[in-house]
Design a binder for this molecule. Sequence first.
Ligand code: SF4
Ligand code: SF4
Ligand code: SF4
Length: 248
Amino acid sequence: MARPKVAFFDLSSCEGCQLQVTNIGAVLFELLGVIDLVEFREVLSERSAERYHLAFVEGSVSNTEAERRLKEIRARSDALIAYGSCATNGGVNGMKNGHSLVAAQTEVYAEHGAWFPTTSTRALHQLVTVDYMIPGCPIHPDEFIKVIKAALAGLPSPVPDYAVCVECKLNENVCLYDKGITCLGPITRAGCHAWCINNGNTCYGCRGLVSNPNRSGAAAVLHHYGLDAEQIVKRMTMYNAAMEPGNA
Ligand code: SF4
Ligand code: SF4
Ligand code: SF4
């Protein structure tokens, strides 16, 4: 039986999530034994398929050419998987949406800004149907393996809709707030095993917010711990600006 054709693509991104895939270790060789890897710019030079069983797309959409590419990939794929925060929630690229497009072009390309047409940042599901999402900046290897196994089997693999705090407490971490350090774990979607807190960092909300976040409660706590209004907005939108209503 033919192995399923799997392809990896990138739009506006740092390609860190592609690197995560190449870094997953020995399981990568097991994976390559059951799939037919037909496109992956970072590791393959040839292109060998017109249709894909699974198309993994990294990065957000930030110009009309990327939108055209994404729609073409979608049309050629049985299932489309958005991987990395840039793809699932706009990620850090979404910060651009708080500024005019001309200001963004000028900031990056100075007097040559007009040479590089741009649009507001959009996550993939804001433009096409997305079958699976692997949020995270970068993606967590365990979640990548979980999702590709589910996708190959045609099974669902929803992103958890409870807070990072749940995983953090299961790991028996001392809460950062008890150390006077702010954290977005209470309103951020779990699934990363509280990766940053386990490793001495704080949660910046890279996986996107839970579906019904208590924003005012979270803002009040952040304020209580010393953040002013501007800092609170910046913290909450660092990864999620493209998901704010009316901001895409
Ligand atoms: S989600 Fe983060 S690591 Fe992945 S491509 Fe975007 S910026 Fe890079
Ligand atoms: S450190 Fe952060 S993620 Fe962990 S329990 Fe405290 S607020 Fe939640
Ligand atoms: S702890 Fe927060 S910032 Fe770190 S990977 Fe998880 S969701 Fe992202």
